[in-house]
Design a protein around this ligand. Structure first.
Ligand code: 3HC
Ligand code: NAI
Length: 696
């Protein structure tokens, strides 16, 4: 008997209490404890067994940290089967989240009771897996194939009420799981209730599994696990229970060996680790009860929306009363979206727009706010002027933040009398939707100001990543490199449409040129103009993109960019002028275009991304490779199942990637200079993940 599963006899009932904080994950000791507990109850003359979790939850699933190691007996499917096979009445009492293996344990017990707030689900697809402990075999027997496929392939969680309606649980009761479970088990014993085994229920009726498989594969945009889930459920219809379990296990094991599983689990842990910085341990954030936003354009309105939805009152400053009113309309438009999606009701909408939001053109209205985010035009002169005004009106200790995309936060800070209170808070568009927040720590930023940046991110539901000051911080700095690699490929023969297709096939939500159209081609244009005076003469710079913008084609907002949007906002129809401009430029430079395969496009694009990622880590702009990965997952539509660019590079092999870079350098040794950190890791035979571990 292990102490992670407590054993106690209460009358005829043996109580097995999971005590494995924080989430009662089903690691080896817990599995062994459950098997031993059932055997002991049987030997002990008990008539029923109650299984529940101490702490905040029932079992939240298998212990993910054990994945990738040699599995130790007893395996989870055997634990589930041992529970169900017991001649005693086995009851589970659920609270918190019974997820994955936790739900599978519950399905193996004979009766299930839950507190009203309990939730259940099979989230294995979010880890690149399928349920591997009989869930795909028991659930369809209990609720039918269609509902089971929905739960297995979506990974979504269901509340107690839905679970009761579907027949997944038998009863909902208020109270502590131990008490409601004991009362229920006692009642079942008194009623002489039969032992009920889901595995003994008849096989469910089949559906067109091939069609379901194809539809799921397409919806997964490259993620294999959900489609595997369909095949596992199919086995529940077509095979006897034990063979179905074996088929499920085989599919589970196959997925366990994939890069997708590694990528998804890297994402799971990195998402939790990214905002845990050693230097912030024990540092209290400053009070954060209200914020100011300067500039109510695209970004300012989005930031204000996010803050209002998180319960923070907002003072919105614009240049004129008319502009302030327009900003309010923009925010109201965003909030209407939240009403439509059922996130807030109309009464809440009225409160947020009429009470919690104060539109104004008077900076003096900022005198009481705890933090200000500036989101005015991307121009150092304008920013400095705004920060000068903030310095004059904001109370001592108020945090002054800039949402600048590229500008030097140290320089902005130096224009105030309180640089320790200045920080960059770089949101992504649309700011009330995108999950990423770069917290840009300047030279003089005080540590509790950084802590407050992270606190704001948490309150707004963002994934916050620490970044240092440089042109473009983590994300946009790396973006400018791989966009340049894409531009070079275009000069040499690829089309923007070839590149977009290759990257969508790689798993990106959109290709880079379609993204450019969405955010506005004038942004890149202005950045190129700003950087032009500092350019090295050896740099290869294309001009077709500038001509496109100068002709008035700025992307979706003008109806034309790389794509033609006259029929709607989907980037499907190429703008014919683009290839004309590109071909003219190639002819002018005397370039004979060559063909790029999809694979070559991806390799070059990714090599540029990873190489700059390695520089960013090497220079300390990002503290760890996982910080770069999280920026790309949450801000740039990088496919989650690849874990992020640095994790992808580890899986491809850093030596191979470095060899690619060196081979590209034969044609352009100015652009393709290997990052020192990449060379060092290859020389030492180490990976980016080793650096993550060093920093943990
Ligand atoms: N295994 C190992 N560690 C886990 C874990 C798990 N299944 N679930 C959570 N943890 C860890 C987290 O990494 C975190 O550790 P840290 O404090 O060192 O960072 C800690 O537990 C707390 O987790 P959260 O910060 O996420 O806490 P929340 O309260 O916000 O969320 C939760 C709790 C809803 C349970 C969430 O952690 C979660 O979704 N966990 C994953 C659940 C899951 O995917 N289960 C399926 C596993 S696969 C499986 O069961 C296969 C089977 O079919 C064979
Ligand atoms: P925008 O042009 O949509 O909005 C800027 C707003 O600031 C305008 O409404 C303008 O009236 C107002 N403004 C200008 N000067 C002001 C002043 N002195 N006082 C008060 N209001 C003033 O610009 P956008 O796109 O919202 O960008 C704002 C900032 O956010 C820029 O620094 C930009 O680089 C950054 N950013 C932009 C992203 C994007 O995708 N658009 C993404 C992340 C950051």
């Amino acid at each position: 008997m292990t102490d992670v599963i407590g054993y106690e006899r209460i009358g005829d009932i043996a109580v097995l209490a999971a005590q494995n904080p924080p989430v009662n994950a089903l690691g080896h000791a817990v599995r062994q404890g459950l098997v031993d507990g059932i055997a002991r109850a049987e030997a002990d003359g008990a008539k029923a067994v109650l299984i529940y979790g101490e702490g905040t939850t029932f079992f939240a699933g298998a212990d993910i940290r054990e994945f990738g190691q040699t599995p130790k007996e007893p395996h989870l499917p055997d634990v589930c089967n041992a529970i169900e096979a017991s001649p005693l009445i086995v009851v589970s009492a659920l609270h918190g989240t019974a997820l994955g293996g936790g739900m599978e344990i519950a399905l193996s017990t004979h009766y299930r009771i839950a507190v009203p707030k309990a939730r259940m689900g099979l989230p294995e697809v979010n880890l690149g897996l399928i349920p591997g402990a009989t869930g795909t075999q028991r659930l369809p027997r209990l609720i039918g194939v269609e509902k089971a496929i929905d739960i297995v392939t979506s990974g979504r969680q269901l509340g107690a009420k839905d679970l009761l309606d579907m027949g997944v649980i038998d009863r909902i009761a208020d109270g502590a799981p131990r008490e409601i479970g004991l009362a229920y088990a006692q009642e079942l014993l008194e009623a002489n209730a039969p032992r009920r085994a889901v595995s003994e229920m008849p096989a469910p009726a089949p559906i067109d599994f091939d069609a379901a498989y194809e539809a799921t594969l397409k919806k997964g945009r490259g993620l294999l696990a959900p489609a595997y889930g369909v095949r596992a459920v199919q086995a529940a219809c077509e095979l006897p229970f034990a063979e179905g379990v074996a088929r499920e296990r085989a599919l589970f094991r196959e997925l366990m060996e994939t890069d997708q599983r590694q990528g998804m689990i890297h994402a799971f842990f990195s998402e939790r680790q990214v905002s845990k910085l050693p230097e912030l341990k024990g540092v209290d954030p400053r009070p954060l009860n209200s914020i100011g936003v300067i500039g109510g354009g695209t970004m300012g309105a989005g930031i204000a929306t996010a803050a209002l939805l998180a319960g923070l009152p907002v003072v919105m400053i614009e240049m004129t009363p008319e502009a302030a009113a327009a900003a309010k309309d923009r925010i109201a438009g965003n909030l209407q979206g939240a009403v439509k999606r059922g996130r807030i009701d109309q009464a809440k909408f009225e409160t947020l727009t009429e009470k919690a939001l104060t539109p104004s053109n008077d900076y003096a209205d900022l005198k009481d706010v705890d933090l200000v985010v500036e989101a005015v035009f991307e121009d150092m002169g304008v920013k400095k002027e705004v920060f000068g005004k903030l310095d004059a009106v904001c109370k001592p200790g108020a945090i002054l933040a800039s949402n600048t995309s590229y500008l030097d936060v140290d320089e902005i800070a130096a224009s105030t009398s309180r640089p320790a209170d200045v920080i960059g808070l770089h949101f992504f568009s649309p700011a009330h939707v995108m999950k990423l927040l770069e917290v840009v720590v300047a030279d003089k930023t005080a540590i509790d100001v950084t802590a407050t940046g992270f606190e704001l991110g948490k309150r707004l539901g963002k994934v916050s990543v620490r970044a240092g000051v440089c042109d473009g911080f983590i994300g946009n700095r790396i973006l400018s490199k791989y966009r340049t690699a894409a531009d070079h490929m275009i000069l040499d023969g690829a089309s923007p449409y070839d590149i977009d297709k290759a990257l969508v096939d790689f798993g990106f939500a959109m290709g880079p040129f379609a993204v450019g159209d969405l955010s506005g081609l004038d942004i890149g244009y202005m950045t190129r103009k700003r950087l032009a005076p500092h350019r090295d003469p050896r740099e290869r710079v294309s001009t077709y993109a500038d001509k496109l913008v100068e002709d008035g084609h700025k992307g979706q907002k003008t109806g034309m960019g790389y794509y033609d949007y006259s029929a709607g906002n989907r980037a499907t129809v190429p703008n014919p002028q683009v290839m004309e401009l590109i071909e003219a430029e190639r002819a002018e430079r005397g370039i004979t275009p060559k063909t790029f395969s999809e694979d070559e496009i991806v390799r070059r694009y990714m090599a540029a991304m990873v190489n700059e990622g390695a520089r960013v880590v090497g220079e300390g702009i990002a503290k760890r490779p996982l910080d770069v990965d999280m920026v790309f997952l949450f801000g740039y539509g990088f496919p989650r199942y690849r874990g992020g660019p640095m994790k992808w590079a580890d899986m491809v092999g850093l030596a191979e990637l470095l060899a690619d870079i060196k081979s590209y350098a034969k044609d352009d040794d100015f652009f393709w200079q290997p990052a020192p950190l990449l060379e060092q890791l290859v020389a030492e035979g180490r990976t980016f993940d080793d650096l993550n571990k060093d920093a943990a």
